[in-house]
Design a binder for this molecule. Structure first.
Ligand code: FES
Length: 131
């Protein structure tokens, strides 16, 4: 199953104004670098996104997969949340439903929960009206 970690690369923060890179881009780059060193990295697709509509709560990421919960996390530190985001991504990819028990979630994830969405409903089989 494909699990996708969406990362807004346009997120800016007053806490971290550096050179030309946005904190969102810094977060994405660090996640990409660290994920490459994980032996489970094929379980996660890291996907850059240009804004997820929560700009005042940067940095923003979302973790989603078919038939799983979708987690939207915000107010993440570009510098300090990388290890915990990867830990949670692994927990999520290991879970059939995406329901990582609250007590097992890393602190940055517990603090950063912006929304949790249920899986999309499974559409009924298309009805063949021609027969
Ligand atoms: S710029 Fe990141 S959510 Fe809008």
């Amino acid at each position: 199953m494909q699990n996708t970690l969406f990362v807004c690369v346009l997120c800016r923060s007053s806490q971290l104004e550096t050179n030309q890179l946005s904190p969102g881009q810094i977060l994405f780059d660090r996640l990409k670098e660290e994920l490459a060193n994980c032996d489970w990295n094929e379980a996660i697709c890291l996907q850059p996104v240009r804004c997820m509509g929560a700009c005042s709560r940067s940095c923003v990421v979302a973790l989603a997969a078919p038939n799983k919960l979708t987690f939207i996390l915000s107010e993440l530190s570009a510098l300090e949340s990388v290890a915990e985001l990867l830990q949670f991504s692994q927990q999520y990819s290991d879970s059939a439903s995406g329901k990582v028990p609250y007590r097992e979630r890393p602190a940055a994830v517990k603090q950063g929960i912006h929304a949790v969405l249920p899986p999309l409903p499974v559409l009924p089989q298309a009805i063949d009206l021609t027969s």
